[in-house]
Design a protein around this ligand. Sequence first.
Ligand code: SF4
Ligand code: SF4
Length: 133
Amino acid sequence: MDYSRDVQVACQKILDNCTDCGACVSECKLLQEINEDLTALAARKPSVEEAYSCTLCGLCEGVCPSSLSPRYMFATTRKKAVSDEEVPIEEFKYMFPDRKRNVMKMYREVNGIDYKDLKVDLSLYAAPESCLP
Ligand code: SF4
Ligand code: SF4
């Protein structure tokens, strides 16, 4: 399947509607590290490495006053990269949350982290309700 058009549509939506207000950037380490205006990022399109650095948490969507989604731009870039066989998807299998052993679960176990310890407003994130504590 060709996801080029999905990436184009996702980037174009940001190009057409983003005011570069910076609200998403101030909440997201990845966007801070990329250190570009969102419109500039959408214009050049995210790299595969940038797309795989996004956690898909959805906080950017939660804080955007224009209801835009940098998350979706990164997610479609990831889909395109997998479809184009630019990434060895088997190497990422331990990141899949539907697997019994996945890296997030193991990290929490090793470090004794429980979701109940989180002091953030989870309603801003894109996690399905069933994933929230
Ligand atoms: S989903 Fe948005 S806030 Fe979360 S890591 Fe990706 S760009 Fe940042
Ligand atoms: S919060 Fe929305 S409008 Fe503001 S920079 Fe991010 S994507 Fe653009």
